[in-house]
Design a protein around this ligand. Sequence first.
Ligand code: SF4
Length: 539
Amino acid sequence: MESVDGEHAFKPLSNSPSGDAPPGSSCHAPIVIRDSTDDHVRDECGVFGVIGHEESAALTYLGLRALQHRGQEGAGIVCSDEGQLNMHRGTGLVDEVMKPHKLARLRGDLAIGHVRYSTFGTSELKNVQPLAVDYSRGSMALGHNGNLVNAKFLRERLEEDGAIFQSTTDSEVIIQLIARSKQERFLDCCIEALKQVIGAYSVLATNGDYIVAARDPQGMRPLWLGRLGDAYIVASETCGLDIINADWLREIEPGEVVCISRDGIESIKPFPKTTPRSCIFEFVYVARPDSHIFGKSVDEVRKQLGRNLAKVRPVEADVVMAVPDSSNPAALGYSHESGIPFDMGFIRNHYVGRTFIEPDQTIRDFGVRVKLNPARSAIEGKRIVLIDDSIVRGTTAKKIITMLHKCGAKEVHFRVSCPPIISPCHYGIDTPNSHELIAHQMTVEEMEEHFGVDSLAYQSIEGLVEATGIPHSNFCLACFNQEYPTLLPKDFDSGKTHRRVIDRSADSYDEDTSRRTFLERTALGTLIGLTASPSKKGS
Ligand code: SF4
């Protein structure tokens, strides 16, 4: 699966405040063009926290940069300056939000941060985390990775009881429950709140004095504890610890609540013990390959996925290619096992930020090429094994395979390093509904025809689990087998059915109008077929 972008801005179309207005645009506000054609599941969120270091905000900024792949819609840091919480949040990438002069105002030795992709609630500023509130006992802030499946039920109950919500995220339900707890200590209020929610959470909360870090009883999302000198660090993945040279201490265990203060850590296991059901899709796509999660190296698991695929789905070919970047390790594994050389079939433009989508087919096609360009000489006349880590709707895969054929590929054998995705995720990975999932709608034979490939083969569920070296029973595999590890309330939805206030104050322009105006006025619009060429228009 072509990986979700986000680390860099596509300069002419950037929403960076320092970016230029697009040529030909009458709108001086910079433009963000978003890629809703991307055929990926979306990453979810990442959390990062520091306690006991005077540069906590700067460290958190770096940690969030390392976790940027987990969410590109918004970022925020809340810092405690001797108990006074100071917050900066914004929509966009970490670098776009956390300008030096903003970071300079975040002082203190305790900070928690968050990068967000909205799987519940909208992508407005009010939903960007950490959420921070004042309440009867003082102030608190919270950042959450995962989705709660009973958030709608709890929210309705709280609203009936007079609660007022400021966001549409499920995470605010946890804040409300903490604020209403009658327990003495903030830590115990957090525990009482977490006992009421069902679903996936790796959560950081602070009252300004200490950090409470918790993983849901099934440990669906990762969460790591690290050490930097005297400071404690918490991060969704080890890549967040590595970037600041922190030592890895250990993963916070499923169902563990850790209270991290300047004096040390206190570990509590307040929930009934249950079998972990970690999200296996973290290994397939979500986590960074240089991270360790659930006790394993993500890179090693992905390479093993490729090896397994080569063993059970061999094919005679000249070259193995990956859909970069997330499929690279699996393609290397396939190459090592099969003895077929690996080559770069596509060059990914790393300077493309959040790219774009338009309903018009012409622009959709253009969108893929902005990010991936085929290396013609590596493709022409070759029998190719193309490795992708997953197929969601199949739209991107179809375009990539079409590019291979246009570049003269002799044969294309499509191999997918995870099993068919047949069901949506309710725990924090943004997958479309079943009717949009190509593997839910078509057989493998039908997909072969649809993609125009000589063969198509998926990883088996057994092969996927085997590659991790972790028992089958310890995983959630629901998007592959529809066996959800929690009850799903009958009226569970994504939180989008209610009318809610939309905060437009952070909008710098009318995205749709500005985009069309820009495209219609410029040669780019002509190039991609949105508008007629100037000469045709004149005739
Ligand atoms: S349904 Fe799939 S993506 Fe969601 S938690 Fe389970 S394995 Fe992960």
